[in-house]
Design a protein around this ligand. Sequence first.
Ligand code: SF4
Length: 379
Amino acid sequence: MIVHPPKKVLIEAEVANSPLVKNLRERLPSAGFEIVERVSDRREADPEVLEIVAFRGRFIKTCPGTRHYCCCGYRILHFGTQCSLDCTYCILQAYLNQPNLRLFGNTPDMFRELEEELQSHPRRLYRIGTGEFTDSLLLDPWTGFSRDLIPFFARQPNAVVELKTKTYSVGCLDDLEHGGHTIVAWSLNAPEIRRREESRAAGIRDRLSAARYCAERGYWLAFHFDPMIHHENWRQGYGETLDRLFDAVDPGRVVYLSLGAFRFMPELKAVIQARHPQSRIPYGEFIRGLDDKMRYFRDIRVELYSFMVERLRKVDPDLCVYLCMEGEDIWRESFGFSPEEKGGLPAMLDRAVKERMKVGLHCDEWPLPSVWTPESRQC
Ligand code: SF4
């Protein structure tokens, strides 16, 4: 894994005395710290800089699903943007308009908003994750953010938090009171895709060792095979990663596992070609989906998913496996049922949390609709 500590921390004056900045000053003794009135969005890209800004929007967001596909009803805790692991397929390359690693320094405002939201619907089960606009644990050795976040969620009877990563940075999680409310999740891929397209991220073996380390400390786990990439010998590659996964961890510790075939906004193709000219992934055969993203043809997607579902059912028939942003027809062909037949995808995932983690057992408020509509956005 290639992650260097930031050499320079640029801080907005409004958050100069925040707990996050205090942690960074302690854990990055040789970095330069500079305080400015405002960090501009149009700064030059500088991989050695970490920006700490005061965030003025909503910290809790609804997962950016689309109206046409089954959405999981996940909430995002927006704590920072960008990621230096630089996976070739990363959507953030085309999605974000500012290039540097950035964290929000006003974490007390974040926790206040979280508390208000969770208390406003005490009978709703919240599944909240931090890994949407950056990697959840990339900077954790220096920010120690997980040391505030995990105990906070341990105190919330109606919420679980998912930390999604491609690192092995789990040292800060060692001795925390997590109360069984934290899911540590890894994105996994076939070994060849990890080598070619995720070369700065931790290797599969290191990710799985970190997962086992967390399981031994009572954390719950999740895994995301996303993006699944169709390549020569894909069956062998994904089969090998599945074998290694369940050699490393007990399937009973896994709350859910998702599958998602590679899809991308059309603008991303030119970005991948320019930034990662060695990558072959934009040259597959794609079709424009209902959400305007480019996707593999449906036969390929069904083939990828069916292979994984069959293998996973042999490992643990009760494991909650789901598809990220796919339609009901693809679900039926790959699983033999659609989420609607099980009460909707959010209800399926809520059940998995209740049955495996025993969290939110009192929550009976109807989860978010499984098919996203603009009206269903609640945050
Ligand atoms: S780890 Fe995730 S956020 Fe980071 S570059 Fe890779 S895909 Fe993007």
